[in-house]
Design a protein around this ligand. Structure first.
Ligand SMILES: CC(=O)SCCNC(=O)CCNC(=O)[C@H](O)C(C)(C)COP(=O)(O)OP(=O)(O)OC[C@H]1O[C@@H](n2cnc3c(N)ncnc32)[C@H](O)[C@@H]1OP(=O)(O)O
Ligand SMILES: N[C@@H](CCO)C(=O)O
Length: 373
């Protein structure tokens, strides 16, 4: 499946977009991709939401010379769990990212230089409100489904609360409505790794190169939380990389750090992990119960038994509270030794769950509808 990178741009004069922290952007760009076709009623759209360091390239390949498939390619396409013969799938890069949507690496029209640490504090709701503007631009008023893992799952849940009339089904995988204290603490260790690197220079590093040691260490810390005890044991045992004089477990971490600094930006990392840390779906409503009572969508949470960032009990507990508040919640679980990242690798286990949820919530076939786009 060949796909195209797309951009939606608007200025303050056309659409005013302000963060909850009170910053109004002069101009915004959103990078996104779409797969499949929107039907005439414009009611077959599914929004796929990416995790912390993901991008809008969720499926397909750009060209035969650039054959890197999207990060959820095994999930999205003709006949796959998110079937592009039936559904119109949209994935947009989040606000604050460095993969095409306005973020700390973008040029601030006010200064002509990258926003850097002048980029305003954002939260998950800001990301979701920007996605809503994109969907309106595409002519979509209601989503069949919002689905994502980790930070993507947090966005999916936020869709149900912020725009209760605009989404029918929400699937949050390896995610909950707020980060646990331990996850906040892990993120904080990464934040400090970056901020304590002398090359960070309070975020003003764009002309001299980014704080690679700090960012690399932050990714190493993050990687430990995305994997599991069992995965490290199976993959590396206590074996050594004799050339490097390192345990395989150590050289793996080094590799994760090295490759990350070539594809990600330190201020962006800080912006996004802080957005995750401060996220709280209850905040605008005063209590979690009040937030839950807004939800009209059917909510499915998919836990991963080895996930140390979003332990299954937390997901089960959320579903219980949603049902007690009068909502519709169901819990599913994946057994995987992969840890939190299972939603990015264990497609054989995730696909049947997503298929089953779609078949049960939207049993009608859309195959006979002729697409309008
Ligand atoms: C623009 C983007 O790409 S972002 C969009 C997609 N990515 C995401 O959404 C998240 C970012 N990626 C990830 O988190 C992970 O790569 C995942 C979850 C997708 C895949 O996880 P896994 O299959 O477990 O692979 P993981 O990345 O952990 O490890 C494999 C890498 O480690 C390397 N490696 C494995 N063992 C060792 C070792 N002992 N020493 C050194 N390197 C090692 C492999 O060679 C491989 O390298 P490569 O990625 O450069 O090819
Ligand atoms: N490993 C994924 C998931 C983090 O939650 C990422 O880097 O985005």
């Amino acid at each position: 499946m060949f796909v195209k990178k797309r951009f939606f741009r608007f200025t303050k004069g056309e659409i005013q977009f302000s963060t909850e922290s009170g910053y109004t952007f002069d101009a915004i760009q959103v990078a996104y991709e779409t797969y499949g076709s929107l039907n005439r009623k414009k009611d077959n759209a599914i929004l796929v939401l990416h995790a912390l360091t993901g991008d809008a390239h969720a499926a397909g390949v750009y060209t035969s010379r650039d054959p890197k498939p999207g990060w959820w390619d095994p999930m999205i396409g003709p006949g796959k769990a998110l079937d592009t013969n039936k559904y119109f799938i949209i994935c947009s890069n989040v606000l604050g990212s460095c993969y095409g949507t306005t973020g700390p690496t973008s040029i601030n029209p006010k200064t002509g230089t990258p926003y850097g640490t002048d980029f305003p504090p954002i939260n998950i709701r800001d990301m979701v409100r920007l996605q809503k503007i994109l969907l309106e631009h595409l002519g979509i008023n209601k989503l069949r489904m919002a689905i994502g893992g980790s930070m993507g799952g947090m966005q999916a849940l936020e869709w149900a609360v912020t725009f209760p009339d605009s989404v029918e089904t929400v699937v949050a995988i390896a995610a909950t409505h707020e980060l646990s204290p331990l996850a906040i603490a892990f993120n904080y260790a990464g934040i400090k790794a970056i901020e304590n690197d002398p090359s960070w220079r309070n975020g003003n590093y764009y002309s001299i190169g980014q704080p690679v040691r700090g960012l690399s260490l932050a990714r190493m810390i993050g990687t430990l939380t995305y994997k599991s005890h069992e995965l490290f044991k199976r993959r590396f045992s206590r074996n050594m990389d004799s050339d490097k004089g390192l345990f395989l477990a150590e050289s793996y971490l080094e590799h994760q750090g090295e490759t990350f600094v070539n594809r990600f930006d330190a201020n962006t990392y800080l912006c996004l992990v802080k957005a995750m840390n401060r996220h709280n779906i209850a905040e605008p409503y005063g209590s979690l119960e009040k937030a839950l009572r807004r939800i009209k969508a059917k909510v499915f949470m998919v836990g991963i038994n080895t996930d140390m960032l979003y332990p299954p009990d937390e997901l089960r507990n959320f579903i219980k509270r949603l049902n007690t508040a009068g909502g519709y919640g169901e819990y599913r679980e994946i057994e995987s030794y992969q840890g939190h990242d299972a939603f990015l690798v264990d497609f054989e286990k995730l696909s049947p769950i997503v298929r089953e949820i779609l078949e049960n919530t939207h049993p009608e076939t859309l195959l006979n509808e002729s697409p309008s786009l």
